[in-house]
Design a binder for this molecule. Structure first.
Ligand SMILES: [Zn+2]
Length: 57
């Protein structure tokens, strides 16, 4: 079974993985990355809140 060396998408450390699909060195990095992404989305929402449709006609 081949082990591949990958770079963690979150902390950029190299780590060995048995699957080609692994993108994080640890579940902690996985969670941290997704939390960051989520926070970004929430920030965008507060900057650009959806417009209410009250002013239509
Ligand atoms: Zn990592």
């Amino acid at each position: 079974m081949a082990v591949v060396i990958r770079l963690c998408k979150h902390c950029n450390r190299s780590f060995s993985s048995k699957t080609q699909r692994a993108v994080y060195c640890s579940p902690a990095c996985n969670a941290a990355f997704h939390m960051q992404k989520r926070r970004k989305l929430i920030n965008l929402d507060t900057i650009n809140p959806p417009q209410p449709e009250e002013q239509k006609s």
